[in-house]
Design a protein around this ligand. Structure first.
Ligand code: DON
Length: 325
């Protein structure tokens, strides 16, 4: 090192320690496959490629056929897009937990079209499940005995105050932002308030959380909720209307495009590209202001049908998967 002007010192070498890591495990048909975990991308990328290709009937083709080469290349393109974004030394970077999750990979697989190459320009890393949401979280749960819960909990903005209580392992929130600090001064979500929500000793701040259960003649119809600050309210209200008025089922409810109005600012916020040009022109003609932007919120719900079926659905915007079918 010294001779060639290298940067590594004897101390660096002395302090280097090998680390034992659990191998990556995935299944392919009825095989259990173990491979190298991060900091190699190998095990995860091999696992993604194999899992993405598993349902294709590859044996119909030969190993040198264009059909097989196409499918494999598309799977590899997807795996490498994830590699670039999501993989690194786990001692320094939070590698998402869900990179080999079958529901996540099913969504990635859906992008593959037989006989048509996709473009790497338009292929980006996916949104696998992380270890845990960094923001307000909602879950909806129901069991066979008829118990139902809708829970939303919040630290307010991501990681709250960004302070962990020493030795206790939890973060302090920044919920004070949900008070109105002065009439006319917006909070993080652009919400305006006054006297009713001013800061007072012992008082609780005004939330927008909307964990909700819908019953018809005492029978459950829908349980739902979402994060999203002020937008929680319109997400939940639109989902209820989409179910009760527009007849949408669970999966459609969580996927459906969203718009939001909260009085001030005086505009309709729409998810980018979600609404047609005619709709937007009509709204502008009616006198609305329109702003388009990022998709938002993370709706979690269960619908109940009269014959006793419960159908859970989890918002694709949050990358979740419903549990317990
Ligand atoms: O209680 C409220 O209304 C806010 N603290 C919620 C914040 C929130 O949903 C942020 N997540 N996206």
């Amino acid at each position: 090192m010294k001779k060639h002007g290298g940067l590594i010192s004897a101390d660096d070498l002395n302090s280097y320690r090998p680390v034992w890591r659990e191998p990556v495990k995935f299944n392919f048909d009825d095989y259990a496959i173990y491979s190298m975990p991060p900091p190699s991308s190998g095990g995860i990328c091999v696992g993604q490629i194999l899992s993405i290709l598993e349902p294709f009937e590859l044996a119909r083709f030969t190993s040198a056929s264009p059909e097989y080469i196409h499918l494999f290349s598309e799977a590899a393109r997807l795996a490498f897009a994830d590699r670039a974004e999501h993989l690194g030394d786990p001692d320094y970077f939070d590698v998402p937990a869900g990179l080999l999750d079958s529901a996540y990979l099913a969504k990635r697989r859906d992008r593959i079209k037989p006989g048509m190459a996709s473009s790497s320009q338009e292929t980006h890393a996916g949104s696998p499940l992380g270890p845990e949401s960094d923001q307000t979280t909602h879950y909806s749960v129901a069991d066979a005995e008829g118990n139902i819960v809708a829970v939303t909990y919040t630290l307010n903005s991501a990681y709250g105050s960004m302070l962990v209580v020493d030795g206790a392992g939890f973060l302090l929130n920044n919920e004070m932002d949900d008070f109105s600090i002065k009439p006319g001064v917006p909070n993080l979500y652009g919400l305006i308030g006054g006297e009713a929500n001013k800061i007072e000793p012992g008082k609780r701040m005004l939330s927008s959380m909307s964990p909700t259960i819908v019953l018809q003649k005492d029978q459950p119809v829908l349980v739902l909720g979402s994060p999203g600050g002020s937008r929680i309210i319109t997400v939940v209200a639109q989902a209820i209307l989409n179910h009760l008025r527009f007849g949408m089922g669970a999966e459609e409810l969580v996927r459906h495009s969203r718009f939001h109005h909260q009085w001030l600012p005086d505009l309709i916020y729409m998810e980018m590209g979600a609404y047609g040009i005619d709709t937007k022109q009509d709204l502008i003609r009616y006198g609305h202001n329109i702003k388009e932007g990022e998709p938002y919120s993370d709706l979690q719900l269960i619908t109940f049908s009269s014959n006793g079926f419960m159908i859970p659905a989890s918002d694709p915007r949050g990358g979740g998967t419903p549990g317990g079918f």
